[in-house]
Design a protein. Structure first.
Lengths: 85, 415
């Protein structure tokens, strides 16, 4: 992951960081589903943000961990990663 | 907890994850057979430490009984507590969905040290990689209240929840707290304690206790009430019970396995075992008074059995002080000599053993212990058959707390 966060990568982060198993295709298809729907709590999302920051070496937007849905989150993260690339 | 009171707390479920068994059935079989599972410490990273013997829970696979999303955010002490709670709820056939009123169900645990293993891992990341590599779950996993919170979230229990941090005897204080919640209107409380003090960091924290056994011989490391007493052996694991309001339990057809009849706690200061004589005796008297129980009604005592000569003497004298002439007639047991002391988990394991002992009419023996040098009738070698209607469970903490719990036999009938 350097310049783009995919749903595959987000699913892997949800699994490794918060123990939540979700099919990346489902993640991508359900545009309105929230992190809570998948059983991911706010600390889990905070951990994913931290992991992304450590991998990219740059800070994520302060409201990244407030994202309600995976789609919102992926959009926000990619806007930063793309801008920084 | 008056027997005439309208709301009585009764035990309807028992779940055990202990060194001598990761189910209540396995625990009771090993306990009544007097099996000792004390062994050399085998946990990774502990081999160079001066603590040589402990009671480890081996063959426990948390992933087989707890969902992954809970596992990643919890320490081993919470894994034990969640697993034991699951067993207790299954035993009681109770869940929030079928109960219908999640606000009538609560959780209370006691904890002595929190999540040391999880904390050590995150602290190593802090000093090894930097603060950005410390995971957010560190904020909750190490915490004393973690097990209460996770059991509550997992089970959907939204009634009064709490954690008791009052030393090892907190295991008994948690049961008393659950009984109080029931008197105040809660239908059922999942209550108990489990500990995981055998990670390197956690062991180092205990090395300063002068009461810790330094023996390397599993058969001689923990011999309370004997002239060879050389301290206690720590253990991991614990037990959770389902305690319910009696009429609610009967209304849903649950078997009443025991009554939480009386409890009291006192404090006499850290490592001043001579003073614990008066403190423990006072706790026993008050617990009996609350239970409206005469000393002569006590059929068995589960001793604290610290394994430190002054502490053992104080406990034997406290039993004599509080029970008077009857002390000579009452069998005393300390099954924890076969498992070690799981801090707050230890008295809850004893309370579980007490309920099972009453149900089976058997006083379990005190493993490894043979020659007693105190004036108590300690049951050794093999279980002793006896009709048991009332059990007294004693506990003391290294920091000076003393507690006594009186349990009365239930009728075991669902209605």
């Amino acid at each position: 992951m350097t310049t783009h966060l995919t749903f595959d990568e987000l699913a892997a982060l949800m699994k490794s960081g918060a123990g939540v198993t979700v099919d990346p295709k489902v993640l991508e298809a359900r545009t309105e589903a929230t992190f809570a729907d998948y059983g991911l709590d706010s600390l889990g999302l905070l951990g994913i943000v931290g992991e992304l920051e450590n991998r990219s070496g740059s800070p994520m937007p302060p409201d990244a961990e407030q994202s309600r849905t995976p789609h919102e989150f992926v959009g926000l993260i990619n806007s930063v990663l793309t801008a920084g690339a | 907890m008056s027997s005439q009171g309208p709301r009585r707390a009764v035990v309807t479920g028992i779940g055990v994850v202990a060194p001598n068994g990761t189910s209540t059935e396995a625990f009771w079989k090993a306990t009544q057979e007097g099996v000792s599972v004390l062994d050399r410490v085998s946990r990774e990273g502990c081999g160079h430490l001066p603590l040589q013997v402990a009671g480890e829970v081996r063959g426990f696979d948390p992933g087989a009984v707890i969902e992954e999303r809970y596992l990643v955010q919890t320490d081993r002490f919470t894994h034990f507590a969640m697993a034991a709670a699951g067993l207790a709820l299954e035993d009681a056939r109770l869940d929030a969905q079928s109960h219908g009123s999640p606000f009538a169900l609560g959780v209370v645990t006691a904890a002595g040290s929190g999540g040391g293993e999880f904390g050590q891992r995150e602290l190593q990341r802090l000093w090894g990689q930097g603060s950005r590599y410390v995971g957010p779950y560190q904020s909750i996993a190490w915490f004393y209240a973690a097990s209460t919170g996770q059991i509550s979230i997992r089970g959907g229990f939204k009634g009064p929840c709490g954690v008791v941090a009052s030393d090892e005897a907190g295991g008994l204080d948690a049961l008393a707290h659950a009984a109080r919640n029931i008197r105040r209107g809660t239908d059922a409380v999942v209550v108990g304690a489990a500990e995981a003090p055998l990670a390197p960091y956690s062991i180092v924290c205990q090395l300063g206790y002068p009461d810790l056994s330094a023996s390397g011989d599993p058969a001689r490391a923990y011999l309370p009430f004997t002239s060879e007493a050389c301290g206690f052996v720590p253990a991991e694991g614990g037990a959770m019970l389902v305690v319910e309001e009696e009429s609610a339990a009967r209304a849903r057809g649950a078997a009443v396995r025991a009554v939480v009849a009386g409890h009291a706690a006192t404090f006499t200061g850290a490592s001043d075992w001579e003073k614990s004589r008066d403190g423990l005796a006072q706790a026993i008297r008050q617990a009996l008074e609350e239970a409206q129980c005469a000393p002569e009604e006590v059929d068995v005592v589960f001793a604290d059995a610290l394994g430190v000569p002054e502490a053992d003497r104080a406990e034997a004298l406290a039993i004599a002080d509080a029970l008077g002439a009857w002390a000579g007639n009452v069998p005393v047991s300390a099954p924890k000599t076969g498992t070690g002391r799981a801090y707050c988990g230890a008295p809850v394991l004893d309370a579980s053993a007490a309920v099972l002992a009453m149900e089976h009419g058997l006083v379990p023996p005190t493993p490894n212990v043979i020659d007693i040098c105190h004036d108590i009738d300690l049951v050794t070698t093999r279980a002793r058959p006896a009709e048991l209607r009332t059990a007294l469970v004693l506990s003391r903490g290294l920091m000076g707390s003393n507690a006594a719990l009186v349990l009365r036999a239930g009728d075991g009938n669902p209605s």
